[in-house]
Design a protein around this ligand. Structure first.
Ligand code: ATP
Ligand code: MG
Length: 224
């Protein structure tokens, strides 16, 4: 049985779990057994945001075949990248450890990306719209570094939206950690040309990174 979570419960306790954040499809909570981990629960269909036909099809499949669910997709995507790139992923991706059965339902256990004070690092989305704490130029430089890593290793991670990254201070700079790699496997294209051709992949990563930098500048009110 999937957990049912009321939208107003964000940032509060839910059945004794401390919620970190709610995405479009999942709720992320701290692991009560280990503060260095978090647990991701797939939301019940009535609690997810509205999406287009292709995403609705994925959700329909996921209800019948867990393999198509966000958690299994993310676990496979992360496992594939970790197997190919080894510990080099640690500075860029939050590690996923596996699916666990909890009293609250099935969850994906991941490393929780933490600030030095032990609180979860804020998402890039939060740094743009809720609690700005880094200048646009610093966040754009962090996107540049992440983009360079994706291009160097030919990682087809295309869903570069601000909710899929958390931000950590890094000396006098900032760096991004991707906490949701499922787009490595679940693309929106019917014919995934950009996964077959290196130059198309690179161009698509560059377009998405450019769009993210534009959003950062627009949100923080700096010149494009
Ligand atoms: N490993 C992590 N460490 C710290 N915070 C995390 C972690 N994973 C997720 N979060 C928090 O939870 C939020 C949602 O995570 P995630 O993107 O995995 O959910 P989602 O349902 O796939 O979201 P969406 O469908 O909107 O992309 C993130 O924006 C972030 O604030
Ligand atoms: Mg996400």
């Amino acid at each position: 049985m999937l957990p049912r979570i009321h939208p107003d419960n964000d940032a509060e306790d839910w059945q004794g779990l401390q919620i970190i954040s709610r995405g479009a499809n999942r709720l992320c909570a701290r692991d009560p057994g280990d503060p260095s981990h978090c647990l991701k629960f797939e939301l019940h269909s009535s609690e997810r945001t509205r999406v287009g036909a292709r995403q609705r099809m994925r959700r329909w499949l996921a209800v019948r075949f867990p393999r198509f669910g966000e958690n299994e997709t993310e676990l496979r995507a992360y496992g594939k990248l970790r197997a190919r790139l080894g510990t080099g992923t640690n500075a860029y991706l939050a590690a996923c450890h596996g699916l666990v059965d909890t009293p609250h339902g099935r969850a994906l256990r991941c490393d929780c990306i933490l600030l030095d004070d032990g609180t979860p690092a804020p998402s890039l989305y939060r740094c743009l719209f809720d609690e700005p704490r880094y200048p646009a130029a610093m966040l754009c430089a962090a996107v540049d570094a992440f983009e360079a890593w994706l291009v160097l290793h030919e990682v087809p991670l295309f869903d570069l939206n601000a909710g899929n990254f958390v931000v950590l201070p890094h000396g006098d700079q900032a760096r991004l950690i991707c906490i949701d790699t499922k787009s490595v496997l679940s693309g929106k294209e019917i014919l995934p040309f950009s996964r077959w051709s290196r130059s198309l992949m690179r161009r698509k990563i560059e377009r998405r990174a450019q769009r993210l930098r534009q959003r950062i500048r627009a949100a923080l009110g700096e010149a494009q």
